[in-house]
Write a new protein. Structure first.
Length: 161
């Protein structure tokens, strides 16, 4: 009887957790990368999964493509619309803003700073340091949208990136 009650309690907790997480959280965690997004954005940098910024931040990034971190990354409206829909649909549910302003850099989010607070400072500060936005330097499966700690490998001192 106790086992049945435990199973019922655990099942109920899982059901409630999945309902309160919302549909966006459930689908964005494992959403495959949109091929058009990988082709357009991944041609210059890793095609970051939508879950890394909220929808407001992604919209701000996409609205500024003509001056995208010093590069004109403009794309035509026909190409942009499915990318916009993909990023909005897989966006993080928690805000990625500072003072109410959408953040444009994933590396400036509270989530990123928390996840990387154990990274040795030498990785960011040495002359040949890894840039925080170079996810693939440590996350071996970043190009496929996987940032699992199981695929993590920190570069050794002096090791080529």
């Amino acid at each position: 009887m106790k086992t049945c009650i435990r199973i019922l309690i655990v099942s109920s907790a899982v059901a409630v957790a999945s309902l309160t997480a919302g549909p966006s959280a459930a689908k964005s965690r494992h959403a495959p990368l949109l091929p058009a997004y990988v082709e357009e954005c991944g041609s210059c940098h890793i095609a970051f999964p939508g879950r890394m910024l909220d929808a407001a931040s992604w919209i701000a990034v996409l609205e500024g493509l003509e001056q995208h971190f010093g590069v004109d990354a403009s794309v035509d409206a026909k190409t942009l619309e499915p990318i916009r829909a993909y990023l909005a649909g897989t966006a993080r549910s928690k805000p990625t803003t500072a003072g109410g302003v959408p953040l444009l850099r994933i590396t400036e989010t509270r989530w990123f700073r928390h996840e990387h607070d154990e990274v040795p400072q030498r990785l960011w500060q040495e002359p040949d340091a890894v840039k925080p936005a170079d996810c693939a330097a440590c996350h071996r499966s970043a190009a496929t949208g996987s940032y699992s700690e199981h695929d993590l490998r920190l570069p050794k001192k002096g090791e080529a990136k």
